[in-house]
Design a protein around this ligand. Structure first.
Ligand code: GLN
Length: 210
């Protein structure tokens, strides 16, 4: 129902920092399910793909029979938020993947894995994010990817000082190179839940009209 205060969202729980996302979403008032099976995906109105290791998430999603259901859900407009490895999983194209690495896709971007090299493997910085307003977002990057190319219809939401893109949105898909779930600044999760609530409202109206 539109404005439902408790949206039901899933966190893809194959590998990665699942618990941090569960905590973030729960503290924002969502009901959170761990999603490992297609039937669990069907019950949620939005999905978070956590940070972790994208090549492992790719392999496990195939092993668990989740790859095609997630692709189909993305295609049909399910709101999905990917952080770090999750952003990689949402990219239509990746560079520096391991041999045979695949993604779910949906975001018309090219994402480079491990884009910051070993010397600055991990770092923190404050990012201006106009769509979130003030204050800047304190962003934690951990062996992070970068958005190298942005296709039509993809909105860059944040850039580093040198202009490289580290957060994007396209339709109901949201991706960040960094990890808001570990800092306590939950405005990106809030943006995701706005999309979940908006779609759940429309969906309910469609079902009632149909
Ligand atoms: N380097 C990881 C990968 O390629 C992403 C790191 C992360 O999610 N913190 O999947």
């Amino acid at each position: 129902m539109a404005g439902d205060p408790r949206p039901r969202v899933g966190v893809l729980a194959l590998q990665g920092d699942v618990r941090e996302h569960v905590r973030a979403l729960t503290s924002l008032g969502a009901d959170v399910d761990l999603v490992r099976r297609p039937a669990e995906l069907e019950r949620v109105d939005g999905l978070v793909i956590p940070g972790g290791e994208s090549s492992v998430i790719d392999k496990l999603s195939r092993a668990f029979g989740m790859k095609h259901p997630i692709r189909d859900a993305i295609r049909s407009g399910l709101p999905v938020y990917g952080t770090c490895a999750g952003l990689i999983m949402l990219a239509d194209r990746i560079t520096d993947g391991i041999a045979g690495q695949e993604t779910f896709g949906g975001l018309d971007v090219t994402v480079k894995r491990n884009a910051f090299g070993s010397q600055v493997d991990s770092f923190e910085t404050d990012l201006e994010v106009p769509v979130l307003g003030e204050p800047p977002v304190h962003a934690v990057f951990i062996r992070a990817p970068l958005v190298e190319e942005v296709g039509q219809g993809v909105e860059p939401l944040a850039r580093l000082d040198d202009d490289r893109v580290v957060a994007v949105r396209s339709g109901n898909l949201l991706g960040t190179s960094f990890h808001p779930e570990v800092t306590g600044d939950l405005r990106f999760h809030g943006l995701f839940l706005d999309a979940v609530r908006a779609r759940a409202g429309r969906h309910g109206a469609d079902v009632r009209a149909g």
